[in-house]
Write a protein that binds this ligand. Structure first.
Ligand SMILES: Nc1nc2c(ncn2[C@@H]2O[C@H](COP(=O)(O)OP(=O)(O)O)[C@@H](O)[C@H]2O)c(=O)[nH]1
Ligand SMILES: [Mg+2]
Length: 276
């Protein structure tokens, strides 16, 4: 096992969980046209998009009590409905000022995935909540679910590519090509882009044993470099994450990783909104 871990982590975590939580609670977009920051997660089925949304919910709620299937807000793996996920703050009608959408596009099998055009439309705010994506057919302009005049609230402010660490090597070129197409569209719209590499526990036994090893794991560092090479996204925009799934209780280190990643998403999105 010697050599599988670096002696010092390649990325330092602030570890200031209470500070991050306060930041989330207080956060409001500076841009007065905008009530909430919209984060779009995209990636293959089973990548952990819903789990990430549920993990954020769990961390914000501060406990896993009562966390079960019906408490999950992130939906099922094969959901193709466009839905906005909000996080309740505890008091009636109070929500955090960031929201998520997830899209299960980008299957290398063209029959399975949502077409790239739909992802572009979603980024531009043209897709109404509740729309069910159709295989291979983009949302038509005249359709009921087409929002012809999106406001800043409807538009996406950060694009996050979700990649499972254990499946990275299996990602086909076709898949990478589709991702690149989405990335180019986001770039043209000026939308900042990040990536999260999920299932770090599945990919590295040292991390499964102790999540504190996440930034010491040589194999995970390599995964980040691989994502960097494949997607052309700089390393400081790629984040390692372990989602909550069957875990019975929250763990401070898992929380810290999720919170710091979420904070990065908000910071990049806020930068974008600020500079419009
Ligand atoms: N071990 C582990 N399993 C995960 C992680 N994230 C998601 N999963 C599991 O992977 C499966 C697919 O996750 P899901 O969130 O539904 O993927 P989605 O299709 O992208 O929404 C579920 O069984 C999750 O419990 C993770 O970080 N670690
Ligand atoms: Mg899902």
């Amino acid at each position: 096992m010697g050599g599988a871990l670096l002696s010092t982590p390649w990325r330092e975590m602030s570890g200031a969980k209470t500070g991050d939580l306060k930041f989330m609670r207080d956060y409001k977009p500076q841009n007065s046209e905008c009530q909430h920051l919209r984060i779009l997660l995209y990636g293959p089925v089973g990548a952990g998009k819903s789990s990430f949304i549920n993990s954020v919910n769990s961390v914000l709620k501060g406990s896993m009590t009562g966390r079960c299937a019906d408490d999950a807000i992130g939906g099922e793996s094969f959901t193709k409905t466009f839905k906005t996920y909000r996080f309740p703050k505890g008091s009636p009608k109070a929500f955090y000022s960031f929201v998520f959408n997830d899209i299960m596009g980008i299957e290398s099998n063209a029959d399975l995935g949502i077409c790239v055009e739909d992802i572009k439309l979603a980024m531009m705010g043209h897709v109404k909540d509740g729309y069910e994506f159709k295989n291979g057919t983009a949302l038509a302009k005249g359709s009921q679910s087409y929002n012809a005049s999106p406001t800043l609230n409807d538009k996406v402010h950060v694009l996050v590519c979700v990649i499972p660490a254990d499946k990275l090597a299996l990602m086909a070129d076709e898949f990478i090509g589709k991702m690149r197409e989405v990335r180019l569209a986001a770039r043209d719209l000026g939308i900042p882009q990040l990536a999260i590499v999920t299932k770090v526990d599945e990919a590295c036994p040292n991390v499964r044993e102790n999540i504190k090893n996440v930034h010491k794991s040589k194999s995970l560092k390599q995964k980040v470099e691989e994502v960097n090479a494949k997607l052309g996204l700089s390393v400081n925009r790629i984040f390692l994450v372990k989602n909550y799934q069957s875990d019975v209780s929250v763990n401070d280190d898992v929380d810290a990783l999720i919170l710091s990643t979420l904070r990065q998403m908000i910071s990049y999105g806020e930068d974008y909104l600020d500079n419009l």
